[in-house]
Design a protein around this ligand. Structure first.
Ligand code: G3P
Length: 231
């Protein structure tokens, strides 16, 4: 059940340098990957990449299946889950995906139901036993629907149902404001591209303030050196 207001930060990438850097900031609770993100890492082996991520971040690491039928998803899911206990098997929000969720849950394997664009998909995924559901905020905004309203609706529906333990993982985060909006709407997790986390810590007044403090400090030191020379 989502209680809201306590959002965890995941990184949405398969790039090991980005993961290592973001992990060093002390804010990462997990990582999500998908076939498109893997395709950006030319020449990288999927299993090696996922296992390398598990060594960098101690939290849920999503690895996505590419089969279109439940049998294939379950087979892939069992393979991925054997790589490391933190691996979460990503399946699409389809009827075949639901079957795979239920079967993988029976095997003790956690799932992330991805490509979720309405609250019914999220509700059925939760009923089937998904560990997390991934509503895609930015892609809904792209077609003039509200990704944030979807997070809110799922959070409301999950909060009314004591049996649901499925977490809401807000995906397709496009800018820093999205992180705060999904947190306020009740998401448990926001999975963010590296550049959005970098942007999140940027403010011109922070940079300007650092410059002013350093200038004042140097001026103070120069005055001290000058007065030591005259005494
Ligand atoms: O990992 C799934 C999701 O976060 C993808 O985001 O930017 O491709 O819509 P995007």
């Amino acid at each position: 059940m989502s209680l809201g207001g306590s959002v965890k930060i995941f990184l949405d990438t398969a790039n090991l340098r980005e993961i290592e850097e973001a992990a060093s900031w002390g804010v990462l609770s997990g990582v999500t990957t998908n076939p498109s993100l893997m395709a950006r890492e030319e020449g990288a082996d999927f299993q090696e990449t996922i296992q390398a991520i598990t060594r960098l971040v101690d939290g849920p690491i999503s690895a996505e299946t590419v089969s279109e039928d439940a049998d294939g998803m379950v087979k892939e899911g069992k393979t991925y889950a054997a790589w490391h206990p933190n691996v979460i098997v990503k399946v699409p929000a389809t009827l075949e995906g639901l079957k795979a969720v239920a079967r993988l849950k029976d095997e003790g394997i956690r799932t992330n139901v991805t490509l979720c664009f309405n609250a019914n998909q999220a509700l059925l995924a939760a009923r089937a036993g998904a560990f997390v559901v991934s509503p895609f905020v930015g892609r809904l905004d792209d077609i003039s629907e509200s990704g944030i309203e979807l997070i809110q609706e799922i959070a409301d529906v999950f909060a009314m149902d004591r049996e649901i333990e499925t977490q809401i993982l807000a995906a397709s985060i496009r800018h820093p404001r999205h992180i705060l909006e999904v947190a306020k709407a009740g998401a448990d997790i926001a999975t963010c591209p590296f550049k959005v986390l970098v942007q999140s810590m940027k403010h011109p007044l922070t940079d300007k303030g650092i410059d002013m403090f350093l200038d004042d400090w140097r001026r103070r030191e120069a005055v001290q050196v000058a007065s030591a020379g005259t005494s």
